[in-house]
Design a protein around this ligand. Structure first.
Ligand code: UT7
Length: 325
């Protein structure tokens, strides 16, 4: 028995932050950002809007697309590195909003790889027979952890959410494989040092701006290319697929140069990739489900399409999934 994705949904805030807006905030230029990252604009929430709000909206869109009732959900997984609050989990807050009272609800932390980690866990729950109707949400308000005075990071991130519904399938389609990897030795490539138990909230911590994302951009770039290529190859080999068998490649949208480098190394054709980083930037755990939903709505996915998804993120974590639609 396989688990298959039944429907997708997504949500982004209305407010657009263009590169020209960032030019007024830090020493940067539209030209530099477009050339080095491929990003032209990103969405940011208004004050008071949190990850559970975007996640709920994306989940509702997926439920509507699949014709499912939230009351029938038995698993609700949320991947986020920007939870509404340390506790309770964002999953429980989304559960409350949806009135998904039967669901087991919990968060999962794997940063930008979070959605594929969630997909893998849901796949196992569904294939084991423990759950029949699962919802996986990737949702982020990255603008809440971005240091708007740091040009090395503030140009990259955006807010958004994506969601998928998963159920068992007897057919020869669905989630064909997932592969997950972690390497804690590389924990400090991308991190938010403050606000947890190591460095709890205090006036000194805030004054030192430790509540914001710190990133070794250049090192992260190199590790990202290496791990994404490796995990894509691992996924193809596990399914006995060649690169030409991939109908749609959905990489984590971190930097268009990372995606291009990986595609070149793999020999993947340019027309097979799904990119929306130009409009949303890096939305961390939301990036893949947001891109998948856009691909579905644009008609780029048909029954039988083989989709290869790959991600990397803080942790370090990296992951892949192959889906036959
Ligand atoms: O999901 C989270 C994972 N994180 C990532 O995927 C990030 C991966 N890394 C990257 O995407 C790239 O490393 C960046 C876009 C962050 C930076 O691009 P880069 O080509 O690696 O630039 P760099 O860090 O090597 O910096 C080159 C120059 C530096 O100036 P000097 O020292 O050569 O004078 C930077 O200070 O570019 C400067 N710079 C900027 N200039 C204008 C850095 N950020 C900016 C900026 N605007 N926003």
């Amino acid at each position: 028995m396989r688990a298959r994705i039944v429907a997708t949904g997504s949500a982004v805030p209305k407010r657009v932050l263009r590169n020209a807006d960032l030019e007024r905030m830090v020493a940067t230029s539209d030209e530099w950002i477009v050339e080095r990252t491929g990003i032209r604009e990103r969405r940011v929430v208004d004050a008071g809007v949190a990850s559970s709000d975007l996640g709920t909206e994306a989940a509702r869109a997926a439920l509507a697309a699949g014709g499912w009732d939230a009351a029938d959900l038995d698993l609700l997984l949320v991947a986020t590195c920007t939870p509404d609050m340390p506790l309770p989990s964002t999953a429980c807050l989304i559960q409350r909003n949806l009135k998904a009272s039967r669901a087991i609800a919990f968060d999962l932390a794997a940063a930008c790889s979070g959605f594929l980690y969630g997909l893998s866990v849901a796949d196992l729950y569904v294939r084991s027979g423990t759950c029949r109707k699962a919802l996986v949400v990737g949702t982020e308000v990255m603008s809440s952890v971005v240091d708007w005075t740091d040009r090395g990071t503030c140009i990259l991130f955006g807010d958004g959410a994506g969601a998928v519904l998963i159920e068992p399938s007897d057919e020869d389609r669905g989630i064909l494989s997932t592969h997950l990897h972690s390497d804690g030795d590389l924990w400090d490539l991308v991190c938010v040092p403050g606000g947890g138990s190591r460095l709890p909230a205090s006036a000194a911590m805030l004054a030192d701006r430790q509540q914001f994302v710190k990133m070794k951009g250049n090192e992260t770039f190199k590790v990202a290319v290496r791990t994404l290529e490796a995990t894509a190859r691992e996924a193809l080999e596990a399914n006995k697929l060649g690169v030409d068998d991939v109908d749609l490649f959905i990489p984590h949208q971190a930097n268009v140069r990372i995606v291009n480098a990986v595609m070149e190394r793999l020999g993947l054709k340019k027309d097979r990739v799904m990119l929306n980083i130009d409009r949303y930037g890096n939305t961390s755990a939301a990036s893949i489900p947001l891109a998948l939903d856009e691909a579905v709505r644009a008609g780029r996915v048909a029954p039988g399409s083989r989709i290869l998804m790959v991600a990397f993120g803080s942790g370090l974590t990296w992951a892949s999934a192959v889906v036959k639609w």
